[in-house]
Design a protein around this ligand. Structure first.
Ligand code: ARG
Length: 460
């Protein structure tokens, strides 16, 4: 394709280091679509004849059909998907194929193809996260009243409901969706027509190609157009953030599925056994989601470091932009699917959760709050009195509400038998009805709003 100025061909090493076809063949659909938009514009602008344009467009359809059935051939001599396609086009239609590359360069071509690919990946991630939200909301609705211990420092803190806990992940997934959606708006401009770096002397119509490819318009600086990979970084940043959330959710399931916790029975379909220990059922899918998030963060780091030192405009380093994005996209899709399945199919052992909440002195704050409200004791003093009650209960191995009234009165005479109503885990969660609190009614309210936002309810 560029042999004119060279006396000898590339060495074996050069061919190998230069070839991006092994991975950028994933862009073939985008490459064909962008070429078709380009040649249609060239004809409309009188830059190539309508006959040649029709020949080229038909030829591109034939190449696409071949790729669809046989895959994309990998010939290192043809370097990348752009030259692979153009060379096959020439074999199929002859000399007219040589007119396709008028007023364009592989620099704006790859920038366009890759943007189109990343745009789809953003849409897919957004959709996948929405499915995860649907699963979370479904289970949260089921478990708006199911009591479990809420933790800080992984120590029992206060009782919460499982529905509330699951809805926390609904909120995270919502922020992740909005990150992908915002990145999509920012990136949706067409670099096609920036040519190698400076624009072109041909009377092209960049608005026409932008519209044909579903962009909101053309980019406004040709140098920036061919050197910008912010869209890929934006994608990776959103993917990394989403994967951190997925990893945290996976970690919850791993902890909950452990025998000492026993809060959840994982679906068989998303667990594995051990080759030596017959009793084992391992949370491998969750562990791999946790592991994959590390790799996705690595993909982000990889591209940031590729880009950080590059002067304008295109440099070949940028060819290395694709593998981390492709890798992150497939890891993210798998992770979202695995966690969606896990949320939808896990069997929550609500009796174990409730028992753990009752055992862990989770209502100690409720006792302190009761002393403040009923006996007008300053909170710091109430905290101290409650601490003594917990110490006593702990020394006897019983729950707070199993302490006889006389013992409570011996700690502080202002305590009376109304306190028992405040010490149950049910009373505790029901009382936390502040906006966004864990009270079952609050959880149900948020679930109802979420169902409307997800389009699961008819809005009248
Ligand atoms: N395969 C190249 C890439 O992915 C296409 C652009 C090549 N441009 C160039 N000036 N050599 O970056």
């Amino acid at each position: 394709m560029w042999g004119g100025r060279f006396a000898s061909g590339p060495s074996a090493i050069m061919r190998e280091i230069n070839a991006s076809i092994p991975f950028d063949k994933a862009l073939w659909r985008q490459d064909i679509a962008a070429s078709k938009a380009h040649v249609d514009m060239l004809a409309a602008q009188g830059i190539v004849s309508h006959e040649d344009a029709a020949l080229i467009a038909g030829g591109l359809d034939s190449v696409a059909a071949e790729y669809e059935t046989n895959g994309v051939p990998e010939n290192w001599d043809l370097e990348d998907i752009h030259m692979t396609t153009e060379s096959r086009l020439a074999e199929l239609i002859g000399a007219a194929a040589g007119r396709l590359h008028t007023a364009r360069s592989r620099n704006d071509q790859v920038a366009t193809d890759f943007r189109l690919w990343v745009r789809d990946a953003m849409d897919q991630a957004e959709l996948g996260l929405k499915q995860l939200q649907v699963a979370l909301v479904g289970r949260a609705g089921e478990h708006a009243d199911s009591i479990m211990p809420g933790f800080t420092h992984l120590q029992t803190a206060q009782p919460v409901t499982l529905g509330h806990h699951l809805m926390a992940y609904y909120e995270m997934a919502g922020r992740d969706r909005s990150r992908f959606a915002a990145a999509r708006v920012r990136m949706n401009r067409s670099p096609l027509g920036a040519a190698a770096l400076a624009g072109t002397g041909f009377p092209i119509d960049r608005f026409r190609t932008a519209e044909a490819l579903g962009f909101d318009g053309p980019t406004d600086n040709s140098l920036d157009s061919v050197s910008d990979r912010d869209f890929a970084l934006d994608y990776l940043m959103a993917a990394a953030q989403a994967s951190l959330h997925l990893s945290r959710l996976a970690e919850e399931f791993i902890i909950w599925a452990s025998q000492p916790f026993g809060f959840v029975t994982l679906p068989d379909s998303l667990s594995t056994g051990s080759s030596i220990m017959p009793q084992k059922k391992n949370p491998d899918a969750a562990e791999l989601v946790r592991g994959h998030s590390g790799r996705i963060v690595g993909c982000l780091t990889s591209l940031m470091i590729t880009m950080k030192g590059l002067p304008l405009a295109y440099s070949k380093d940028m060819q290395d932009d694709k593998p981390p994005v492709f890798e992150a996209a497939s890891l993210l899709a798998l992770s979202i699917a695995a966690m969606t399945g896990m949320v939808a199919e896990a069997k929550f052992r609500t009796e174990r959760m409730r028992a753990a909440a009752e055992l862990g002195y989770a209502t100690a704050t409720d006792l302190a709050d009761w002393l403040v409200r009923q006996a007008n004791i300053p909170f710091r003093e109430a905290h101290h009195i409650t601490g003594s009650a917990v110490k006593l209960a702990e020394s006897r191995g019983i729950a707070l509400d199993q302490l006889p009234l006389d013992d409570l009165k011996a700690i502080d005479a202002r305590i009376d038998d109304r306190v028992y109503a405040a010490l149950s885990v049910d009373a505790s969660v029901a009382s936390r009805a502040s906006h966004g609190g864990t009270a079952p009614n609050e959880v149900r309210k948020r679930v109802a709003e979420a169902r409307v936002a997800l389009g699961l309810e008819d809005v009248t």
